[in-house]
Design a protein around this ligand. Structure first.
Ligand SMILES: [Zn+2]
Ligand SMILES: [Zn+2]
Length: 440
């Protein structure tokens, strides 16, 4: 298969691989250390201290306390190669908008004082409110909190990438920003980090990030152009009926009957209002009403979530859900209170950046069949906010290994992953950077 992104001749791939594989014991040590001290979103104090201490030890410039506990490390390459293209051709091809933003009049300045490419790598650091059930030496020491999504691994991979690139600054011309983000599991640390300016000064041209993924086996990578993960929207609704005796319903407005009709009718949005070629989900996950079998409930409360890939649906589900609730309540003489919010937009990968990651991943895992484009999930991720700002690619790094009993799903109290994936993650990040900045 001919890759669209050939490797620069100057880069010795086997040397990169060997020196990254030699980092594996440290990657495991850092990951296990982080696993033992999991912290919830915006409380990643020990985690941030650990990351900052390592970066300091290695002499890497970084800023702490961004969006409370976030960190950004900056590593500038110092490759002195007159043949090296100062402005990556990949970035020109991939980002015509970025070139336009500089304006025609700036183009002459641009060539005299070229902006070197800047690639951001994003890792999330937070854990979940789950009591770990794994009996491993590195199990969580924080009661009721657990790294059950693999973000300890993401932080270790980002640290390994920072360590390697700092040691090999002479291999690249350009800058890498490594973003250690809080609170991915909610309420979301990406947006406040962007608002704090992490994509500016120097301005980021593109961003990549990964999720260790137990839905895929070790030795595979899930990467695709376009939508990878869904938008996440949330709603809470209270039906306001009129309570009374279970045997005298004509004197009441039964909130249970109204709620039941609403739950059913909401399913018609996906079935009858969404183009069948598009994918979407409306789930009512909670329904609470009533106190006794012979009492008609005054109120009923329901909570649900909406998922979709197509950004054109922004605002659509909110409108349809409210129309259905209004109509059914009106027909029964009930009232309602509705709260609707948008948590994360969909994760949309840039075609060029997805191809860059795919070509690198294929070389790292050494098998084209290990690339899984059918890896979409209706799960959400706040990487989406970064991808709204700059072109980029988020991808899944297969980490399940049933032979080692490492195949529990994410957010399970027995979740764990095959740590062999750690060095693979570092290698993919490093080689993406090498290709991004050195492509000629
Ligand atoms: Zn998660
Ligand atoms: Zn996660």
């Amino acid at each position: 298969m001919v890759s669209t992104f050939p490797n620069p001749a100057s880069v010795d791939l086997s040397r990169i691989r060997l020196s990254i594989r030699s980092l594996q014991p440290q990657l495991v040590e850092w990951r296990r250390r982080l696993h033992q001290q999991p912290e919830l979103g915006f409380q990643e104090k020990l985690t941030a201290e650990f990351v900052s201490r390592k970066l300091q030890e290695w002499g890497i410039e970084h800023q702490t306390g961004i969006a409370q506990t976030g960190i950004v490390a900056i590593i500038k390459g110092n490759k002195l190669d007159p043949q090296s293209n100062p402005k990556s051709k990949i970035s020109e091809v991939l980002m015509p908008a970025a070139g336009c933003a500089n304006g025609g009049s700036l183009r002459s300045d641009f060539s005299q004082n070229p902006k070197l490419p800047v690639l951001a790598i994003r890792a999330d650091m937070d854990a979940l409110p789950i009591q770990e059930l794994n009996e491993v030496p590195y199990r969580s020491q924080h009661d009721g909190v657990m790294h059950a999504c693999g973000h300890d691994g993401h932080t270790a991979i980002a640290l390994g990438t920072a360590y390697y690139l700092n040691q090999h600054r002479e291999d690249f011309a350009g800058t890498v920003k490594i973003i250690f983000q809080p609170a991915e599991e909610g309420p979301g640390g990406a947006k406040p980090m962007i608002e704090a300016g992490v994509l500016k000064n120097p301005d980021v041209d593109a961003i990549i990030g990964l999720h260790l993924w137990n839905n895929l086996p070790l030795g595979t990578v899930g990467v695709r152009s376009g939508a990878l993960m869904a938008a996440v929207e949330l709603f809470d609704c209270t039906i306001l009926g009129k309570g009374g005796h279970g045997a005298i319903p004509h004197q009441t407005v039964d909130s249970v009957v109204v709620a039941a009709q609403i739950v059913n009718a909401l399913q018609t949005i996906v079935a009858r209002n969404v183009n069948p070629i598009d994918s979407a989900v409306v789930t009512v996950g909670e329904l609470h009403a009533g106190t006794r079998r012979n009492v008609i409930a005054d109120t009923a409360r329901m909570s649900g979530t909406v998922r979709y890939f197509n950004p054109a649906f922004e605002g659509f589900f909110k409108q349809r859900i409210e129309q259905i609730i209004t109509g059914i309540c009106h027909s029964h003489g009930a009232g309602y209170e509705l709260e609707y919010s948008s948590l994360y937009p969909p994760v949309i990968n840039d075609a060029g950046m997805a191809e860059l990651v795919r070509s690198v991943a294929e070389e790292v895992i050494e098998t084209p069949v290990g690339i899984v484009p059918e890896c979409q999930t209706m799960g959400g991720e706040d990487m989406s906010f970064f991808l709204q700002e700059v072109p980029g690619c988020y991808f899944f790094l297969g980490s399940a290994n049933p032979d080692k009993d490492l195949a529990y799903p994410h957010h399970h109290p027995r979740f764990d992953f095959d740590e062999t994936a750690l060095a693979m993650g570092v290698e993919i990040f490093v080689r993406c950077l090498e290709k991004f900045v050195n492509y000629e």
